[in-house]
Every structure is written in structure tokens, then in C-alpha cells.
Design a protein around this ligand. Structure first.
Ligand code: R1P
Ligand code: HPA
Length: 331
């Protein structure tokens, strides 16, 4: 008989996320009677995925692959081609992985790819989850915590984004130096809720969230790959989407110091940093944000996919070169 972990959703959320004491279990006064089986509203909401559930998902994967990844890669919109570079591939469609969300956005294939890149063992998410798809931030960042348990120490993330400064061009690559987290600043952090110290501490600093050493390595790699002329470094603004921004919103983002705007990445960065993973992220500028009302080129998703395809070869070579430079024992 197989000894593999069986971790299937059995229709009962309580199996994985046990309900805390319900009102009816309390010994004190119970002013509300016969209101059914309700959660305890006097306690904060628990993280949706407990450490044990994430461990279970990681174990399910470990039982099916011999790759022990130290480097995690997340492919942004239209950048799924990054997986082409990986050798000795073992692929897991998200729909096969217990408790995993599924990709719903065009340009996000929806599979986990294990394999080798520049002789290093990697795991690559070909397709990420976005808040606007209806997923909560725990679902959006589940893959990062699975990576952590699998042994990942370094994360390379990509995204498609709109450019804000006038000296940016479509096709440029912006290394994230910092971010502005509009959802997070309004209370929607993926670290909200009781903190499980096994992931990391309650209050984390984000001053150096995008690792300087990796940014420098990436700049060197860009020069070596001929990507130098297209390379920028700046501040990524995370908005909820799925609508693109109004002219007034774009102007505000620029005024606040933003260089690019997109609908992803930041929640993943925070969860990775929380658990001590070294984070590197970059944006492919797929469109320029509309700063004037008579602008005749509003952003559209199909165009973003096309720009992604056009830049794929160069970005693949760059990411491969960067992965080659990562010192796996660096903090
Ligand atoms: O951030 P990624 O996943 O690259 O996707 C970006 O591209 C989509 C819009 O075209 C949005 O989902 C935006 O966030
Ligand atoms: O202009 C944009 N805004 C938000 N998200 C995006 N993703 C690609 N381009 C954009």
C-alpha cells in the first residue's frame, strides 16, 4: 500500500482549520441561543493555512520529486516562458496539488515546475494568484510558504507593470528597490492575524525587503546579457485591481514616488521576508500609465502578454545568469 501523504479537501474546512471554541461551548452567560454553529467572534481569525497544513502540502510534493529547491521563481503575466530554461523538469498542475488554488488569469499557466537551472535546484510557479481573482492574501501567498518548507532560501519574482515616469519605456525592466503596498497600508496584509512564530516574528522590518546584494548581481547579469540599456530600478506600487488605474490615480501614484504599478508581488515579498527568504523582484514594463485624459493608448491585458513574449528570450537569459550568481549560503 502507498505510504504517500493523502491531503485532500474533504469538504469540511474544520478538518484543516479547526473551529475555535464556539459560543455554545462556553461556560459563561450565553445571550444568543439557537443561532447554529457559529465561529467565536471574540477571537481573531486564525490564519487560513496552519503550519501543519502547509507542511502537508510540501510533504505531498516532496514525495513526488527528487528536486530539493533552494531557489524559488515566480512568473508574472506573460513570463511563463521562464520555465523553458529549466531542465530535468517535474511538473505539477495546481489543480492536482491538494488545497492549492487554481490560476484563473490568461498568461498564468497554473503549474509548479521543479528542476534545474544553472545547475541549481529550483521550483518555479508558472502562474501566480492575485487578490483581484477573489483569493485572500493567505491563498495568494500559499506557494511562498510551501517553498519555505521545501527549503527555498532565495526568491526571484517577476511581474508585468505599468510605467509611471516619463523616462520609462515599454519593454524596460525595473528592479524593485522598494514598494508601496496600498492594500497592506489599508489593513490587508498577508501577515494579518495570529502570528505563528515558526514562520517568523510578529513585527518585521521592510526597510531592506529587496535584497541589495541580489539587486547588484542582477545589474551585473543585465550588463552581461545585453539587457543593460533597458534596466531601471524603482518603486513598485501594489494596487488591488482588476481595473487599471484612472488618470488621477496614475498621477497620484507618481506624485507619491511610485515608478511602476501592478496588482501582485508585494504580498508574496512580505510573506517571504517574514520567513527569512531573500527576496528579489522585477517588473517588465508592459505599458505606460495614462497620465493625460487625451491619451489614446489605455492599457490592455492582451498587449501585456504580447510584450512579455517579445522580451521573453532576453529575460530568460538574464534570470538564468542571475540564478548562476546566487551564493546559496548567503543570508
Ligand atoms: O503582476 P502580474 O501577475 O505579472 O500581472 C499583471 O498583469 C495583469 C494585468 O495585465 C495584472 O494581473 C497585473 O498584476
Ligand atoms: O498599468 C498597469 N496597472 C496595473 N497593473 C498592471 N499590470 C500591467 N500593467 C499594469
Amino acid at each position: 500500500m502507498s505510504t504517500q501523504t493523502v491531503l485532500r479537501y474533504n469538504g469540511s474546512a474544520e478538518r484543516h482549520f479547526p473551529r475555535q471554541n464556539s459560543l455554545s461551548e462556553k461556560s459563561g452567560p450565553q445571550p444568543l441561543k439557537n443561532i447554529g454553529n457559529v465561529a467565536d467572534f471574540t477571537r481573531p481569525q486564525k490564519n487560513k493555512y496552519t503550519y501543519e497544513v502547509v507542511e502537508g502540502i510540501a510533504k505531498w510534493l516532496q514525495e513526488r520529486t527528487s528536486i530539493k529547491p533552494k531557489i524559488g521563481i515566480i512568473c508574472g503575466t506573460g513570463l511563463g516562458g521562464l520555465t523553458d530554461e529549466i531542465t530535468d523538469k517535474e511538473e505539477f498542475p495546481y489543480t492536482d496539488i491538494p488545497l492549492f488554488p487554481s490560476s484563473t488569469v490568461a498568461g498564468h499557466a497554473g503549474k509548479l515546475v521543479f528542476g534545474r537551472l544553472e545547475d541549481k535546484e529550483v521550483i518555479c510557479c508558472s502562474g501566480r494568484f492575485h487578490y483581484y481573482e477573489g483569493y485572500n492574501n493567505y491563498q495568494v501567498t500559499l506557494s511562498i510558504r510551501v517553498m519555505k518548507i521545501l527549503g527555498v532560501t532565495h526568491l526571484v519574482m517577476s511581474n508585468a507593470a505599468g510605467g509611471l515616469p516619463s523616462d520609462y519605456n515599454v519593454g524596460d525592466i525595473m528592479i524593485l528597490k522598494d514598494h508601496i503596498n496600498f492594500i497592506g497600508m489599508a489593513g490587508g496584509s498577508p501577515l494579518r492575524g495570529p502570528n505563528d512564530e515558526r514562520w517568523g516574528e510578529r513585527f518585521i522590518s521592510t526597510t531592506h525587503i529587496y535584497n541589495k546584494e541580489m539587486r547588484e548581481q542582477a545589474k551585473k547579469a543585465a550588463e552581461e546579457c545585453g539587457l543593460g540599456p533597458y534596466l531601471k530600478e524603482g518603486v513598485y506600487c501594489m494596487v488591488g485591481g482588476p481595473n487599471f488605474e484612472t488618470v488621477a490615480e496614475c498621477r497620484m501614484l507618481k506624485l507619491l514616488g511610485g515608478d511602476a504599478v501592478g496588482m501582485s508581488t508585494v504580498a508574496e515579498s512580505l510573506v517571504a521576508a517574514h520567513s527569512g527568504i531573500t527576496v528579489f523582484a522585477f517588473s517588465l514594463i508592459t505599458n505606460m500609465c495614462c497620465m493625460e485624459y487625451d491619451d489614446q493608448s489605455p492599457p490592455n491585458h492582451e498587449e501585456h502578454l504580447m510584450i512579455g513574449k517579445q522580451r521573453t528570450a532576453l529575460i530568460q537569459a538574464w534570470v538564468r545568469n542571475l540564478v548562476g550568481k546566487i551564493q546559496l549560503n548567503q543570508a
